[in-house]
Write a protein that binds this ligand. Structure first.
Ligand code: IDC
Length: 352
């Protein structure tokens, strides 16, 4: 009888500990608290927003730092292409505020394809105007909400950034001039060089475009893509660009990119290269396929430990794994839990 009572007490104790999130051997167990999103926004005092607190960013050594020289980590979301109907509608102030207030996001990346899907360099004047207007919406909403905004020149099919260097020069001249008073803007000058484009070529392009931006903005953060779809940061680390406030992009898609790419990133970290992960997802590099959340977790750990800023691809309802919203989601702001894809729910848990 006594033994039975003792067993009962042990059982109850174990139950209590498990419910408290602890196993008997002391390890924490994963209590997957469901994300609960209401879609509501809050009014936040400007001084309490990311930009209100941290102001203009700088690069100090290998770190992104705030106006007081303190290391800062941006947690961002990337749009899908703003030249796509599955990308542009989400670039609105209400959506950005929703991401800020409920997702823990302090940075928004506006991805504008240069070639793919009638991108900026291959479309007509009216569409270009519309694209510029969408960028403007993001920059101004970001400023108002105290969020950072990355203007991303999204090369992809064009392979080398040199393909549209002339257009890039004119574009960055235009936006750098227009937003010279907007301390919340970062410039990403070539999303993912590929097709064998080497670092020397990218450097030559970067020098030209950075010069253009610096005519109007001496200090804004400029993110430069690296060879092989922004993976070879180890190569860039051997020969970085001269000049201040320059960072280097790496992108990962966790189901495709594991230890091999993490090693490259670690090499670049060891060499002191300022890194920015301007695109990632837990799916494969096609933006589809199954998720590898285990690999994604390893990535998050590596980035958080090193205070590397990141943006997740993408705020969209397109039927593909990378989309943060479900394909059926009709909302373009005020997202509820039920609107989020599995990827979206996982991400919000990471950011909160
Ligand atoms: C993908 C989009 C997809 C689109 C495709 C081509 O998710 O809907 O059809 O581009 O335009 C990248 C690129 C990014 C890709 C993404 C997923 O920067 O443009 O978006 N990806 O493939 N690099 C690695 C993965």
């Amino acid at each position: 009888m006594k033994r039975l009572a003792r067993r009962g007490i042990c059982f109850l104790l174990a139950l209590v500990l498990i419910l408290a999130g602890i196993t008997l051997d002391g390890r924490a167990i994963r209590v997957s608290a469901a994300v609960k999103l209401t879609g509501r926004t809050r009014s936040v005092a400007y001084s309490q927003t990311a930009y209100g607190k941290h102001g203009k960013l700088k690069v100090k050594g290998s770190k992104l730092v705030d106006k007081n020289g303190k290391a800062i980590q941006l947690k961002g979301i990337s749009s899908h292409g703003i030249n796509w109907d599955v990308g542009e509608p989400y670039v609105n102030a209400k959506a950005l505020q929703n991401l800020r207030d409920e997702w823990g996001v302090n940075c928004f990346r506006v991805a504008m394809y240069t070639e793919d899907y009638n991108g900026y360099c291959v479309t007509d004047a009216a569409s270009r105007k519309k694209l510029l207007k969408t960028i403007d919406t993001a920059v101004k909403a970001g400023k108002k909400l105290g969020m950072y905004v990355i203007i991303d020149w999204h090369i992809l099919n064009d392979g080398s950034p040199k393909t549209h260097q002339k257009e890039a020069k004119a574009f960055f001249k235009k936006v750098a001039k227009k937003y010279k008073k907007y301390g919340n803007v970062l410039y990403e000058i070539c999303n993912e060089p590929n097709g064998g484009t080497d670092w020397k070529t990218i450097k030559s392009y970067a020098k030209t475009v950075i010069k253009e931006i610096r005519k109007y903005n001496k200090n804004a953060i400029i993110i430069v893509g690296t060879p092989t779809w922004s993976q070879d940061v180890d190569v860039a680390a051997m020969s970085p660009l001269k000049g201040k406030n320059i960072m280097y992009a790496f992108h990962f898609y966790a189901a495709t990119h594991g230890d091999y790419l993490r090693e490259k990133v670690k090499t670049a970290i060891a060499k002191g290269l300022p890194l920015f992960c301007s695109e990632f997802s837990a799916c494969d590099s096609s933006g589809n396929g199954s998720y590898d959340f285990q690999s994604a977790k390893q990535w998050m750990k590596l980035m958080n430990q090193n205070k590397i800023s990141y943006c997740c691809w993408s705020l969209s309802n397109k039927q593909e794994s990378a989309s943060l919203l479900k394909p059926g989601c009709k909302r373009t702001s005020g997202f509820r839990t039920a609107d989020l894809s599995r990827m979206g729910k996982w991400l919000v848990k990471q950011y909160k």
